[in-house]
Write a protein that binds this ligand. Structure first.
Ligand SMILES: Nc1nc2c(ncn2[C@@H]2O[C@H](COP(=O)(O)OP(=O)(O)OP(=O)(O)O)[C@@H](O)[C@H]2O)c(=O)[nH]1
Ligand SMILES: [Mg+2]
Length: 233
């Protein structure tokens, strides 16, 4: 009974990651409910399109990243929030905000990390090209076989994680390889991960920062480096 109260009492922080996402933010922000979290913080990578101004005018606190890259944004979000559970959310239209409380509930149920999966049974994606689909399958199957997981989407950044798990895995990936590093380190250290099926709509406006080729190569390099340092040492 005591543990149920502990989980109910867990504070939630939502970290919203932006780099020139004005159009997405304008459409998605009104759908984020204050009661989903104790704290909502923007971490911005240097937007010049009005994203930061719009977020501040809407009453949100915005932290400007001191170091570039999405991985650094995750760590600055961790450092600047205090919740026991942290949800990383990207308001570019690819993530359905109504999944936020569902992810939080799975962590409150006892999982260390909950990932919104675009490829689990019942999930769908309107955004993944055949090349992205192939890359995602390749990375996910490689991570499962090297680190003993049974995930369907090891890559998606939309996830909730316990603060103590995030602190303990002590990430150092700087860019779009942050998510695969989180997944691999959590699996390697025996943390429990679950997935919820999600719907990935198309991006709303703006330009993707992710480069299929450069970031794809970086992800594979990070996966192999992680395997080398954790399993072959
Ligand atoms: N704070 C911060 N956010 C970033 C950075 N790079 C990208 N983002 C945000 O991370 C989210 C995902 O980036 P995208 O470029 O859309 O990557 P993606 O979702 O894999 O690619 P698409 O499917 O084409 O949209 C968006 O909300 C971006 O604004 C960064 O360096 N810092
Ligand atoms: Mg996107």
């Amino acid at each position: 009974m005591y543990s149920i109260f502990v989980f109910l009492a867990m504070d939630v922080s939502i970290v919203i990651l932006t780099l020139n996402e004005y159009e997405g933010v304008k459409e998605i922000l009104p759908r984020i409910q204050d009661e989903w979290a104790n704290e909502i913080l923007f971490v911005d990578g240097g937007s010049t399109d009005g994203t930061v101004e719009f977020a501040r005018e809407s009453g949100y606190q915005v932290v400007q990243q001191s170091k570039p890259g999405r991985g650094n944004a995750f760590r600055e979000g961790l450092a600047k929030t205090s919740g026991d559970i942290i949800v990383f959310f990207s308001p570019d239209g690819n993530e359905v905000p109504e999944d936020i409380p569902k992810l939080v509930d799975r962590v409150k149920d006892g999982y260390d990390m909950a990932i919104a999966s675009r490829f689990a049974s019942g999930a769908e994606t309107d955004d993944a090209t055949p090349l992205h689909w192939f890359g995602n399958r390749l990375f996910t199957v490689t991570i499962n076989s090297l680190f003993g997981g049974s995930l369907m989407d090891a890559v998606n950044g939309f996830r909730a994680i316990r603060r103590d798990c995030m602190e303990s895995i002590d990430t150092d990936a700087d860019h779009f390889d942050i998510e695969v590093q989180m997944t691999m380190r959590a699996l390697n250290d025996g943390y429990s991960i679950c997935e919820i099926p999600t719907h990935e709509p198309e991006r709303i406006g703006g330009e993707p920062e992710l480069s299929t080729f450069i970031d794809g190569m970086r992800l594979m390099r990070t996966i192999l480096r992680e395997y080398h340092t954790t399993k072959l040492r």
